[in-house]
Design a protein around this ligand. Sequence first.
Ligand code: GLC
Ligand code: CA
Length: 569
Amino acid sequence: MCKRLAFEGEADSVSAMTSVLPRTEWWRSAVIYQIYPRSFADSNGDGMGDLLGIRDRLTSLTELGVDAIWLSPFYTSPQRDAGYDVADYCDVDPLFGTLDDFDSMTARAHELGLRVIVDLVPNHSSSDHRWFQEALAAAPGSNERARYMFRDGRGESGELPPNNWESVFGGRAWTRVTNADGTPGQWYLHLFDTTQPDFDWSNPWVRRQFEDILRFWLDRGVDGFRVDVAHGMIKANGLPDWTAPVAGGSMGGAAAELAASRAPFWAQDGVHEIYREWREILNSYDGERILAAEAWVDPLTDMAKWVRPDEMHQAFNFPYLETPWAAQQLRAVIDASISAFSAVEAPSTWVLSNHDVVRHASRLALTAENPQGHGIGPKSAGLPIPELGLRRARAATALMLSLPGSAYIYQGEELGLPEVISLPDEARQDPTWFRTNGERYGRDGCRVPIPWEANSPAYGFGPSNASWLPQPADWAPLARDAQGNDSTSTLSLYRHALALRRAHELGTGELEWLETGAETVLGLRNGDVLVYANTGDTAVTLPAGEALLSSGPLGDGELPADTTVWLRA
Ligand code: GLC
Ligand code: CA
């Protein structure tokens, strides 16, 4: 159980700080910057980013012009899944610092007007968590085992797993435990790594623990939670066998994804009750604290259930993220998003990159299928041409930031960082890589520590040369200090776009499509800004008008291929 704050006085000052920020349903139009703590900034030179490193670099984010930060997990963890395997939900892992460091980082963020969202991982804990260790030590049928999904195996002596489910990271989703006397015992479910046992959310005890965890962080002054695997906590009764449709077969593409979200471990109706309870807890606090769902659910009309008025505030728009750089597909997903979310009075969100997907400066120029989570490496098919990827990424970002709603930015995308394809095998750490014997590269390529200073050790990531994943030798020109004074840099593009987005109130605006006469060119109006995005491979004539922003050089009266422009209406 989480200890509530020992130092009530300080807690008050932290939440008082939160409440001076404007209360305007800020989350409906906020730009939220994802910090991946291990790769953002390292204060002590051990090669691992940490909370004090974040605190001391926060002004770079106010300069960028974002409204909030979301931090991936920094809790006590054996780090088998980079912290998404939590061993104590109410403490900071020494790798990242202490609770005091967290408070200091949060106070600084609030002082700068940045809201702070933390990650909550409720589907599973680490197998190192005391709750799981106690479950292992207890007998089948005990209260301790009932916290997790323990089941007897099938077959004559329970030697077969309870069903055929597979782990998201590859391999089977069940692991058999050994009894105290050395004989084989029950099996437990883990939708992710073996070290990430799933909780049994039908157990009220589990619900109570998480209510305490929410309150623990709310008391500390956080402005919200990004909820990990928010579509997975409830499993279908009886845990029926399930076989994923083969992508590319008769159920290929979108149909396969749709069926995947019907799997007996995803998107079960019972999850919504949990979020309604959590929403009440958040509502009982001052300020406007939010819940944001990581729910890989298709179609968008289903995802919208996560953000009904009494549930969460936002859901990550993964269908948007997964859309290729193609005008008509983009128009369709933008329409579907706005209509699905507005039907439940929620804002749409927009996102192009995060710590689980191939960075969009590479992804948008891939020429072969690359399912989410597989990653890319030296032997992947259809590797991108870097210049093309960056050009498209900049154009895609300029389009995204013109849309009404809330947008997410993943650390490093404002520097135009590509996916790191050539990581040496021995450096890789994603459990996906190990669980598939190197068949899938996994997500390390988007998690490499980011460059701050062109001429410093580890590009200024920390005070030493150390970096938990090796940084490419050619990143100096991408460092933040190298881009700061260059008006054509990707960093300048982001800063400029964010400033204009704010000045023209695009986040709270309304979208109207403009006909462009070209299949490959999108045209839209948001308030007093006209946006044209050319996803084709030839330049098109641009309507006359003052260009406010352009993702790349404009030709004479022309919008080149893979370029987005904002014009004053
Ligand atoms: C989410 C996280 C991912 C993690 C997984 C298991 O998808 O974003 O990084 O590996 O959940 O917690
Ligand atoms: Ca460190």
